[in-house]
Write a protein of this length. Structure first.
Ligand code: G3H
Ligand code: 13P
Ligand code: ZN
Ligand code: NA
Length: 325
């Protein structure tokens, strides 16, 4: 069946790699995630956001995730490790309903609340979830950009001096921190970037590795999570723009920075936007090349291929979570 995150996080920290956390909203995304993680023998976290529950129905998503365990075995992965995780839970009630409903992990995102309220809410979720062996991710610090439908007015890095108190008092199993990543396909404005003198391409500002190091010093060996970690690969943006799309200045976190992060206590890296880009690239390219197509399997099939390649690339070349089952 589905598993929680405890064991895989321990292995990831000890081994200097990170578990991929991929959001899913539909069948093709799930098929691509399971195909890539099974072929590469990687543990995987399937994330469901509030928006995903609204779009796809939580009952369907839950049975898809349970079916995914069987599907992985059919693909030759004899001992799959698949987590069904609530992404950005916004209240105790939402988290409780997911725990009751068979999720193996939940996030309670109290990062926009005053500190003491975040502690109280996270603790309440942990006390409930742990009765059912469901692991809980908390968050400290505010990411720039769009978080579900809440736009953070003011982002700020995680304050390392708060993390020990937060982890102790809440009992959470992992902590999402803010070190300069953000959600979506437009993570930095051109003004925030510099230009590579040779290529003329935009170079995003580096992540705050000093904050990550300070957090690790306070909480040695404690599982750390990075949200907003899509890289916005140029190849998909180019395909989209060459086939009727319009995404100027889309920009993400360079993969090199994420690779570096996996060597630390960062043991979960969240990626959603890159999958959306791969999907859209596959659909647009197929539609443009074949105006006569009207069977969704034709263009969704291509989208699925692109996403499978993307997930496998992430696992092997960024997360380093391949051959860990
Ligand atoms: O945190 C944001 C994730 O990318 C989920 O996005 O709320 O649009 O499904 P969503
Ligand atoms: P991206 O938008 O960078 O893919 O981040 C996804 C995320 O953090 C989901 O919680
Ligand atoms: Zn997130
Ligand atoms: Na790691």
């Amino acid at each position: 069946g589905l598993v929680n995150t405890r064991e895989m996080f321990k292995r990831a920290i000890d081994g200097g790699w990170a578990v991929p956390a991929f959001n899913f909203n539909n069948l093709e995304q799930l098929q691509a995630i399971i195909t890539a993680s099974s072929q590469t023998k990687s543990p995987v976290i399937l994330q469901v956001s509030k928006g995903a529950r609204k779009y796809a129905n939580q009952t369907l998503l839950r049975y898809l995730a349970e079916g995914a365990v069987e599907y992985a075995k059919e693909l030759g992965c004899n001992h799959p490790e698949i987590v069904l995780h609530l992404d950005h839970g916004d209240s105790f009630e939402t988290c409780k309903s997911c725990v009751d409903f068979g999720f193996s992990s939940v996030m309670i995102d109290g990062s926009s609340l005053p500190y003491e309220e975040n502690v109280a809410l996270t603790k309440k979720v942990v006390e409930y979830a742990h009765q059912f062996d469901v692991t809980v991710e908390g968050e400290l610090g505010v990411l720039a950009g769009v978080e579900d439908d809440v736009v953070a007015e003011e982002s700020h890095y995680t304050r390392p001096e708060e993390v020990v108190d937060f982890a102790k008092r809440t009992g959470c199993d992992s902590l999402a921190i803010s070190i300069g990543t953000s959600h979506g396909a437009y993570k930095f404005t051109p003004e925030q970037c510099t230009r590579d003198p040779k290529t003329g391409k935009l170079v995003p500002p580096p992540l705050a590795f000093d904050v990550l190091e300070a957090v690790e010093k306070e909480l040695p060996g404690f599982p750390i999570v990075l949200h907003g970690s899509s890289s916005v690969p140029e190849k998909y943006v180019e395909i989209i723009n060459a086939n009727g799309g319009n995404m100027p200045n889309a920009i993400g976190i360079p993969e090199e920075q994420l690779r570096k992060a996996t060597k630390s206590a960062v043991c979960k890296i969240n990626i959603d936007s890159d999958s959306r880009l791969a999907f859209t690239a596959g659909v647009r390219e197929t539609m443009k090349a074949h105006p006569e197509y009207f069977d969704p399997r034709q263009y969704c099939g291509k989208a699925r291929e692109y996403m499978t390649d993307l997930y496998a690339e992430k696992i092997k070349n960024v997360l380093g979570s391949d051959n860990k089952l």
